[in-house]
Design a protein around this ligand. Sequence first.
Ligand code: GLA
Length: 734
Amino acid sequence: MSVLINENNKTYTLYTNSSMYQIKVDDKGLLLHTYYGKRLDYSDMSYALYKGVPGFSPISSDFNIYDPWDDTYSVCNIAQEISTFGNGDFRNSALNVRFADGTLGFEPRFVSASVEKGKYKIPGLPAFYGDDADTLIITLKDKVYDVYIHLYYGVFEEYDLITRSVRIENKTSLPIYIEKALSMTLDFQYGKYDLISFHGKHAEERMFERNHIMHGTNSVSSTRGASGHMQNPFVIICDENAGEYSGNAWGIALVYSGSFEINASKNQMNDVRITAGINHENFNFEVLPNDVFCTPEVAMVYSDSGFDKMSGCYHKAIRNNLCRGKYKLARRPVLINNWEGTYFNFNGDKLVSMAKDAKELGVELFVMDDGWFGKRDDDRCSLGDWYPNEKKLGCTLAELAKRINDAGLKFGIWFEPECISEDSDLYRAHPDYAFRMPGRNPSRCRSQLVLDMSRKEVRDNIYDQISKILREVNVSYVKWDFNSHICNVYSADLPASRQGEVYHRYMLGLYELLERITTDFPDVLFESCSGGGGRFDCGMLYYMPQVWTSDDTDPVERLKIQYGTSFAYPVSTMGAHVSASPNHQSARVTPLKTRGAVAYFGTYGLELDVTKMTLEEKEEIKRQIAEFKRHYDLIQNGEYHRLISPFSNDSNYCVWEVSSSDGKEAIVCSVRNKSEANYANEIVKLKGLIPDKYYRINGGDKKYLGGALMQLGMPIKFDFIPYPANIYHLTVCE
Ligand code: GLA
């Protein structure tokens, strides 16, 4: 059992393979946080808690105010396990609960603790799962009112993963109002830390950024009703000198796809506090008597040796204990998507001819992207009208799918279920289904509005339309897109006093719809998308095992995008396609080999008009698909290592590697991403090999000692062309 309860000194200690997390109840019933870091033998870690009362720091109402030096501490400085506003702690709070009398002064005190085998579930929300995990539940109660906080902890020993979620239960006879419902507080009383976050924009997601945690609050957030391209709901807190292979690092990932905030703040005593959860902007949730509010889950991984180990833990946990369904571990088909090949300009014959050519190259699935429904020939109409444009296709959808199937490929299709065009039959029939504020013109993203997924009748309408197609047509794959963020946040279904619930109710509604559709169509592979990687988060991965990583398919840009994404998310979740050159987003010209090499470290697919390719190009694609399929298991199931960063100004190439878990095989991808004259020698230190075994590289005669390849490195030779790439396959000599 990974939870150790010591009743004598009231400590609750969570153990994973390499980490230890400790909570303690003090003699007044306050829940203190004593330690989160490297695994140690059991000890009550509270001895080091800072107990000073700096000037202008309140002490708790439990202490004798006339004798403040008698073993007291300030609630404003002590490390707390969950922080609430209004009780004297002026740091960032996690939970702000306003009682029916208007007060906002929650004082949580310990009630009970219990341990359960298996991982807790969160009603209506995505979460890591696993029968082998353990759950610790700690219940606290406000000193005055019958309002309870249940803190849930899931412990996955093997992945050094600890999850947290909070339930707020109202046992009073009046409603309460939650003004902030974050999922965690994590206090560090000593040390200097950096915050690493992943910012971006459309077509440039998850750019690595590292800063010292400064005094005040450093916040990573979204108020867009979606996690968004601009900030990812994942950060790393680390020692100032931590790197890929050394130092303490704590990953904080939200299992949530809506507006979020992750805050790292430093106070006047240099204490650092992390809070994370639903963004409190425009959030206010009424909880009726006997009702419960559940926060989303936060997934924390601690590594005692840098980011590589932390990422490895997330990769395994996400693949094995977050993703679900038939395709979570199974080999997924190599697909071709027609978007960049045709955009809106296609008909059925064109798609079939692309499918036929793609089949020759080894492609297994054809995906028809945007433009097949309603009267849609551009992005200004028809979202919401999920019936085929048979005139454009030249046949029914079932017939088109059959033609693609007859060409030897599975058939996949694009939907944007959460959005609606004002020029659509659905909007004309139900204008109230869209988010709009009464009396105001709406703001629009990409000329469209967002459907109010908090309403059941809206979800049912979309479910009925999509499920009809999935039942009647032989569909093997769905791309679930979302090309807007949520403006005009107003639900026609809720009273004025509850409009602060809309953002979160939207997410609950969307998750319910996704659960329904993915459960009812278990054989369909679902890929999440939001203008590329605008909703690449653990919430979406619970329903759909892969995400279209970015609308930017330029392989040189993709180095940064995929490298940044890899800090939390495994290769198997990253949609990656070979597209045409010059690239449609950046105009960059790159070799086909480089485009393939980068796409291997994702789901690998094509996104171009194959019918326009030369014979030579087709031969190269054929070779790539065969190579990708040959190395599929290694790439998807192996251990991913970042070796040379594309974000570094000190190198002009980027290298990553995947090694098999037994160390007998590895595949390395190197790409020159900057051009200069008079190159220096290039060598890269590999990871994950067996030090005393010899390896061949790409089947060559020469043998290299594993230890040497890791300590001294493997020389890299690039062709003298723009943006060359190499794939090195290492196999152990038995
Ligand atoms: C988004 C997606 C693209 C494509 C278009 C279609 O931008 O990210 O891949 O599906 O929508 O409109």
